[in-house]
Design a protein around this ligand. Sequence first.
Ligand code: HEM
Length: 147
Amino acid sequence: MVAALAPLYPWLKAGHVIFVIFWMAGLFMLPRLFVYHQEAAAGSAEAAAWVERERRLLRIILRPALVAVWVLGIALALSIGAFADGWLHAKLVFVLGLSWYHGYLAAYAKKLARGERPLSGKALRLLNEVPGVATIVIVVLVIVKPF
Ligand code: HEM
């Protein structure tokens, strides 16, 4: 536990939850944009507009939220000395998975910008279930703390 951080605990938690909401909103939205993007003709002005929307969502919401969730989450864990707790270890496995998913979506946006469309609309819709399932597991781990 880092004693200097303990008085900041409620503020760190408020900030953490705020940026978790921004991050999850972006993770839910981006594959939706990919579906609409792929419905536009390749090389069209509409496809170019979707590239710009995806780039802005990643740059303005997703990347800053990812960094803030990690920084505030680690500060929170230090403020209450949670790094030895089983629930946090399990949570970190799922959060690392979500961070990998974020990177996968960012790489997919680059492919779309180059005119590649590796996944079908159906596969993209299925992909959209990933953050929902991860959120359920993470929230149960952090609130119920089953171990
Ligand atoms: C990035 C790494 C993360 C770390 C190190 C981390 C760590 C923590 C810690 C230590 C707490 C305080 C728990 C307590 O007060 O008992 C917390 C609270 C919380 N975290 Fe995270 N977290 C991370 C990411 C996430 C993600 C991705 C989500 C959701 C998808 C999330 C959702 C929450 C929620 C909802 C709370 C509030 C729980 C409560 O009211 O007690 N966290 N987190």
